[in-house]
Each structure stands twice: as C-alpha cells, then as structure tokens.
Write a protein that binds this ligand. Sequence first.
Ligand code: B4P
Length: 213
Amino acid sequence: MVAQAAQDPPRVIGIIFGPPGSGKGTQAARIEKDFRLKHLSTGDILRAEVAKGTPVGTEAGRIMAAGDLVPDELIVDIVRSRLPEAETGAGVLLDGFPRTLRQAQALDAMLAGEGHRVDRVLALDVPEKDLVERLLHRAAVEGRPDDTREAITERMHEYHKLTEVVLDHYRRQGVPVEIVSGMGSPDEVFERIRRVIGISSRMGKGGTKGKRS
Ligand code: B4P
C-alpha cells in the first residue's frame, strides 16, 4: 500500500511562511485537517527531539533556547529523511522550513530529484509588536524556553536577516506567493486562508503572485 502510494506524484508541495509567532503552526494544523495535507513542522520535530533527549535534541535545544536557527545541514537532513513519507499523501505543507536561502535551495534540489517543486507559498503577515505580545503570552501559558524576551528579539532578528529572503527566492521562480493577514482570531485568519486556497479545497490551484488577502 505504501509502496504503491509512493509511486504516485504528490498533489502539492505548499509552504506556510511567516515570522515567529505569526501563527504558522496554529493555521497549519487547520489546513492539514481541512485540505488533507501532511503537516511537516521542523519546530515540532526539533521540540520532540529535545523532549526525547536525543543527540540532535541536545544540540538543537541549546540553539533554539537562544533564539537562533539550528544549522542548515541538521535541518536539511531531518527534512530529507521525513519528506518521502509525507509525500505519499495528498500533499505536503511545510511549516518553519525553509528558513534560509540554503535550506530553500536544498529543498528545491530534493524535490527536483523527484520531478517536483514548491507549488505555493502562504505567508502570514503580523506586525512585530503583536508578534512579541503573542509570544510573551505563550511564554506565560506554555513556558517554551525560546519565548523569553531576549530569545524573541534574536528570533525576529534572524527572521529579517536570514528568512525573509526565502520569499523572494520563490517569487523569482514564479511560485505563487500569497500574503495573508495573520491578525484577528485564529478562525478569522483561517477563513482568509480558505478563501486564498480557493473553493477547490486543494492547494496548488490558481493563485496570484504576491497578492495580499
Ligand atoms: P517554530 O516552531 O517554527 O516556532 P514559531 O516561529 O514560534 O512558530 P509559529 O509561527 O508556528 O507560532 P504558533 O502558530 O505556535 O520554530 C521554533 C524554533 O525552532 C526556531 O526559533 C528555530 O530555533 C528552530 N527551527 C525550526 N525550524 C527551523 C529551520 N528550518 N531552520 C533552523 N532552525 C529552525 O503561534 C504562536 C503563538 O501565537 C501561539 O501561542 C498561538 O496560540 C498564538 N496565536 C496563533 N494565532 C493567533 C491569532 N490569530 N491571534 C492571537 N494569537 C495567536
């Protein structure tokens, strides 16, 4: 069954993109459910490694707590090992990856090796002061080690310095990049995303380059 599914091409490779705290994880879980895409979150995978106390988790945990990005090679290896299984379903929604140009290039090469490419990017847009408020609120509720004020400042800095360029990388390739406001309640944001994804109930159809919703 798995072998047969593995021969089928994935329907879509989507990326949910945005600064820390923009709601990528929150919305990706909803998209996964409604659009039957396999949600692959590098943040979740790393946190699971930290919780298990694996060597990868020990290395990543320190870096994450400081608000820095873990090394590209480590993340690329993780995605390379998980992508084939994720691709056996209706499609994949990447969350938190790629976060640097090198990661994007590695992803493109991985996909090209199978005759695929990124089909669509959904970018959540939230003003920085709201992001900081959300993350500080999460710190109070969940106590995540990377939600301290210092780590949040560093994560925002890394986002502007290393991650934002990924959007232009895909725009240059002609991949539809949809900017969606991440303000309002999670339900309101999801409604916007649903509209953008379209009534076809599948990502990868239509879309307008750089359109804002
Ligand atoms: P992530 O797990 O990707 O962390 P994030 O950016 O904080 O997540 P997200 O934007 O998904 O926030 P969420 O939905 O939870 O990465 C964590 C760390 O792992 C990175 O800093 C890095 O060190 C490392 N890492 C991961 N991927 C990597 C990569 N590819 N390369 C290198 N390093 C990598 O939402 C945030 C909060 O807002 C939640 O509390 C949520 O409840 C709330 N919220 C969501 N939507 C809201 C809304 N509409 N209104 C109000 N609050 C909302």
